[in-house]
Design a binder for this molecule. Structure first.
Ligand code: UDP
Ligand code: MG
Length: 313
């Protein structure tokens, strides 16, 4: 019998878990041809999420969990999930029921047909602010224009992955992670299904503007070095223009002399150059910080406990 793992990273989800579990039981009982595993990754929750998971496991041995030693963020929590998932296929989903479990049978159908990565495309993003939707589209646009790998807009982490994809993802162990890009990077046969993303059932989204902005920078810097190229090109353009302008100034001084003037133009040049320099420094800094973090070579996450057994390795 084939085994399917439902991988659910959970951070402060005590309010969502009961309704999530109810839905999952419905799903699993409707598909008796498969063996099921529900793998929760408790990402250092500060509420009763872990207790809640443990309680569910007492009566239902299909539930497994990994408990991380602190909050590592969803991207790393997912890697922990890949490491501990045992299924022939793994479905990644959110704990807040924004990813409807009713879509999973369809995903399985395509998986059985031979697709390795069946992902859900959001037709509608649910209740999100206008700014967030807009920003997200702009971000995908920048990312797509600057990399050869196709990164799909409006596709989240909700997807079914064959074991072979999971094994591939386990090899990508960088600590600054942008998993959405990794799904595209690993390749494999992909299939898209569409759905309407609902609203959170309970609790609050743990992302705010700054963390999303961080994720966007993460996505761009971990997938392309085009911004560095941009800094170089800006440098070349500005240098060339300045050179021509300098020639012009020198000529002008020799031909007509220079009655002191030109405060506005001076200010413009100084401010413009200052801006370009700071921007370029910032871009270099972003990449440098990635190098810095990766060069420490720390483990991507630390797990404390798997199904009640302490982890020492
Ligand atoms: N999550 C996590 N660690 C975090 C933040 C979130 O494991 O630091 C989990 C969270 O419990 C949920 C999923 O990631 O299952 C998506 O989080 P959220 O609903 O806050 O994000 P959104 O749906 O707004 O993108
Ligand atoms: Mg959510």
């Amino acid at each position: 019998m084939k085994k399917i793992t439902l991988l659910i990273p959970a951070y402060n989800e005590e309010l969502s878990l009961p309704s999530l579990y109810k839905e999952l039981v419905g799903l699993m009982d409707n598909q008796p041809n498969y063996e099921w595993e529900v793998l929760f990754v408790n990402d250092g929750s500060k509420d009763k999420t872990l207790e809640c998971i443990k309680e569910l496991r007492v009566s239902d041995k299909r539930i497994n969990y990994v408990d991380l030693s602190r909050n590592f963020g969803k991207e790393r929590a997912m890697l922990a999930g890949f490491d501990y998932a045992t299924g022939d296929a793994t479905v990644i989903m959110d704990a807040d029921l924004q990813d409807p479990p009713s879509l999973i049978p369809e995903m399985i159908k395509y998986w059985e047909e031979g697709y390795d990565d069946v992902y859900a495309l959001r037709k509608d993003r649910g209740k999100e602010s206008w700014l967030r939707k807009k920003m997200s589209l702009v971000f995908y646009d920048i990312l797509q224009r600057s990399t050869r790998i196709e990164v799909l807009p409006n596709v989240g982490d909700f997807r079914l992955l064959d074991r072979s994809c999971i094994e591939a993802l386990k090899k990508l162990r960088e600590s600054e992670r942008y998993t959405k890009g990794m799904f595209c990077w690993i390749g494999f046969r992909k299939k898209e299904i569409k759905f309407d993303r609902g609203n959170r059932t309970a609790g609050n989204s743990s992302w705010n503007f700054f963390s999303l902005f961080g994720l966007a920078i993460e996505g761009i810097t971990s997938f392309t070095t085009v911004p560095l190229r941009f800094a170089t090109i800006m440098g070349v353009i500005v240098s060339l223009t300045s050179f021509i302008y300098i020639m012009y100034i020198i000529l002008k001084v020799f031909l007509w002399g220079e009655p002191v003037q030109g405060y506005p133009s001076m200010m413009c040049v100084i401010l413009f150059l200052g801006g370009v320099q700071l921007l370029s420094l910032g871009i270099i800094g972003e990449y440098l910080s990635r190098v810095f973090c990766e060069s420490k070579n720390r483990p991507t996450y630390i797990a404390r406990d798997y199904n009640g057994e302490k982890i020492y390795k």
